[in-house]
Design a protein. Sequence first.
Length: 408
Amino acid sequence: MSKKSKKKNKTNTKSKKIKFTAEQVQGDVNSWLEANGAGLPDTVKFALSQYLEMSDKLQLSKTQMTSFLVQLRKSLGITPSSEKRSSSAKKKNEKPSPEELAAKRGDHTRLEDWHKDQAKKHKRKAKNIEDRLKKLEEIELTSEEIEENRKESQEYHGRLNLGDGAINPSLESVNESFMEGITPVVVASEVKVKVSEEQIAGREVVDRFSDARERFDFSLVVRKNLLDVEKLVVKDHDGEKIVLSASTNEFGPAGYSVTWGFLSNAAIMVSQYAIPLNRLANMLSSSEKKFTSSMLAKHFQFVASQLLPIYIQLFRDLSTSDILCGDDTSCRVTEVKKHFKKVSEGDRDTTTLPPSGHYASPEESEKSENRPKNPLGVAIGKHLDFVSPYKSGVGAKTPLSNYNRVGP
């Protein structure tokens, strides 16, 4: 048979095919099963039932048909080519090498650490949000509290209208300065400014009157007080001659060439107005008197020792108070870190590390041989501990006072 005849026969065969719908096929199968089902084997009945179910599924939507085909392929063990493993994949019965197992263990360990870190972070975030929610809870006042606040407000506005000032007298502003320098001291001087004679020349003066005006001036004045201290040579009842000298304590401390006012004003300019010691020394120096930053530092140490009782009393008041609020920080001081590095390298320079061991406790401060090293530190150490022990009792904390430069 030739090729042309074969193609012709195929064409004729296709043309004679009859198309049947799914409903017609299902109807024929169901009618045939009803007629001959009694004598059919169970396997045939099961196969025909599966065929009918499949034909029903194929009439569904495209999405449902796709899902059905997926389940059918899985049940028949058919794997799509896109999901097949490459030929280089190892067989299931082949055992992995120790290196592969070690790599897998490392991956699982890293995943375990990562999940633990994430769990801790989210737990901390949840706690922070919970704390914030607690703070945002509305506080409802009772009717008695609202009425009490309303009465206090009415009384307060009534006093303001009368001009009585603050409710509590201790809260009123201080009108007088504590010491000279905190509030500028204004010295008023009257100067009469007259019309010059050149302006009056050739004119008759009918009347004279004046107009008050103000001009402010500012200057830094260093006063030099020359004290003529009287001294007497007297005889006591035994006939022995002695020399008596007048006291200069009212002008300034003994051994210092400055007055009490100089000490207070200089301390205020540095501590309150933050003027550096070297800059202040240059401002105060003149041709007659030269001030240096080291000299002013000595003055400030003396002032601090005189105000030490106030410092100790404040500490006692704070320690006995019912409520004590404070703030702390965990910032690292770079100089402390440098010091520990030097110590680890064997450098024990006492000029950069004067330890506070000689005034760490009141017992150490009482030793006479330790007093000249840091007089102010020793004076404070008699009342307060510079070194505090750890709560666990392992040792003592390292205070920052260990790293302050202290002179001889």
